[in-house]
Design a binder for this molecule. Sequence first.
Ligand code: DGY
Length: 330
Amino acid sequence: MNTPKPRILVTRAIFQSVIDRLSEHFEVEPNPDDVLWDRAELLRRMQGKVGVFATGTERMDAELLAQCPDLKICANMTVGYNNFDLPAMSAAGVLGTNAPDVLTETTADFGFALLLATARRVTESEHFLRAGLWTRWSYDMFSGAEVHGSTLGIIGMGRIGQAIARRAAFGFGMRVIYHNRSRLDAATEAACKASYAGKQELLQSADHVMLVVPYSAASHHTIGAAELASMKPTAILINLARGGIVDDAALAQALRNRTIAAAGLDVYEGEPKVHPDLLTVPNVVLTPHIASATPGTRQAMADLAVDNLIGYLTQGKAVTPLNSEVLTPR
Ligand code: DGY
């Protein structure tokens, strides 16, 4: 009699190659219709599963883990892992993995897509044109902000922050200042041509502020009304990190009052819902969490999650473990 294969849950629709590779080792329950399961449904489907292929929104906390005794690993295909309660996962002996590195350059490109679109009013002017309102050229029509030669302030100087800094310094001739929990070593600062600044100093002196800090309780509302008031009235704010890092209600108000000039956002508090006031202000560019969305990058992210599942469940080794203490037998 054949021993049954360990069972894996894939929570969302994903590349067929993911299902095929996982099926070589496991019995896979996929979600080809991409149904958005609520928590009760997710819990029901997790019963008897040893691994979960997740997309970064499935909350893994003590309450859920207590009801999933067979679970050994949850592999996010995202670099962000704020859906994981890591201490609870470690206590339950469940490994969490994420997908760093493979999306760094693509996400940094998108930071510039948002910055350029916002500074040069690309979407606002396109809507004007499509509405048939363009009747003549004029010297000040959709006059925007300079990007080249300006000062970029980056909050969060991990891999993506550094990739943005390199583009800014070497591609656009910008002066780059950054704020981070810990200061980078001198060689890394030199490679990014970036200098360290306190948060307040950065907010006051940057022409454009880009947020790439991971979400945690400590980074919740890193930018709120007080921080927006500290920024230049000509400043542009870009958030491509996570919803909740910016107080979206305060931002909408600051945009309406022109406390700052404009914002470019890829992530939102409570997404996919977007604060209604952000939808009515003209000086914001809004995209639906697509910073890493190219086929090659999304494939690489998914492949890394698959590598983690196969590696851990077949050989006890994960490529990008987050709570490595689970790997050491107690
Ligand atoms: C990530 O990987 O965390 C991104 O936000 C998803 O594209």
